[in-house]
Design a protein around this ligand. Sequence first.
Ligand code: BGC
Length: 373
Amino acid sequence: MSSQPPMLAADLAEIAERGRALILSLQDAGGAYPASPTFSAYRGYSWLRDGSFIADAMSSAGEVASASAFFDWCARTLVARAPEIHRIVAAARAGAPVPDGEMLPTRFTFDGGSGDADWWDFQLDGYGLWLWAALTHAERHSLDVGPWRRAIELTVDYLASSWDRPCYDWWEEHIEEVHVSTVGSVEAGLRAAAASTALDDDRRALAADTAAAAARLVRERGTADGHLVKWLGSTAVDASLAALIAPLGVVAGDSATGRATLAELERQLVVDGGTHRFATDTYYGGGQWPLLSCFVGLAHVSAGNTARARELLDWAAGTERASGSMPEQVADHLIDPSYVDEWVERWGDSADPLLWSYAMFLRLGVELGVVTR
Ligand code: BGC
C-alpha cells in the first residue's frame, strides 16, 4: 500500500500533457520516435519495442497522425529490407536458419539503417509489438491498413519462420533463452494479424496457427506455480510479463494465470509503488522503472483493480523531474548500488528523458480517465 496521499487528477493530467508534448516535439520528421534524445547509448536510435508502445499511447490519447507516422516509418523500414527477410524466411523453411547475427535488428537509425554501434541486436518482441500496435491503432481509429500491408505480410512471414528461436529479451539480455514476454509479444502481433481482413486467407491462417502455437508453448512451459515466468524453464518473474495481461491482452487479467502473475510481480518486484525489472537486475544498480509501474497498473485495470492502478500511476508521477522530464529509472530503491558507478563510467547518468516512460504514463492515464483523448 502506498503511504502517500493521492495526487490530484489535474496534476496527473498535466504530467501526461508534458509527456505528450515532449514526444511530439522529439518525433523525427520521418516518423521515428527516438528512445532518448540525450542518453549516450540510445541517442540517434528508435527501437521497435519502445516505439510501438509510444505509438500505442499516442494513438490512445488521440494523436492519430503521430502514431500513423511511426507506423509509416516502420513499414518503409521493413519493406526496404524485403530481400533480407525473404532470405531469412527461406533459410528457416529449408531447415538451415541463418545465424543470430543475420536476423533483423532491434533498433534502427531514423533513416531505417542499422547504425554503426554494436548492439544486442537479435530480439523478436518488437516485430510482434509493431504488428499489434499498428493493427490496434487502425482498429481504434477505423483506418485503412493498406499502406502497411506489405510490411505486415513480411513481418508475419518473418515471425512465423522464427518465432520460437532463443533471442535477447526486452532488456537485451540472455540470448540463450526463450523469453515468455517475447513469445507473448509475438503472439499479440500475430493474433492481430490473424484478425485483419487486409491480409489474404493463407497469411491469416499462418498468423493464427503460429499465434496458437505460441500460446500453447507458454501454457505448457512458460509457467511455474500458476504464474508466468521469465523464460521457459525458469521459476523467476520479470516485470515485462505484466504487458501480456495489458495492454497486449494475451493473458486475461481475471484468469488464474493473470491473477497469479500479478500477485507474484507485486510480491517480488514492486516496492512502494516502484517496479524493478527483475529480482537480480544490476543495470545502474537495478532501480525502479516508471514505465513498468504503469504496465503493472494497466494489468491491474484489466483485473478490475483500478484503485491499485491509480496508486502506481501516482508513484510514476513522482519520478518526473522538476525540469519536466521522466527518466528510465529512479534510484530510490536499488537492488545493488555497487553497480551504479561502472554504468555511469561507461555511458554517463542513466537515460533521462526516456520517451517510453512518459508514453506508459500517458497510456495508463488514458485508461484511468485522468487524460482526455
Ligand atoms: C532497455 C530496452 C529499451 C532500450 C531503449 C534498454 O536499456 O533494456 O528495453 O528498449 O533501453 O529504451
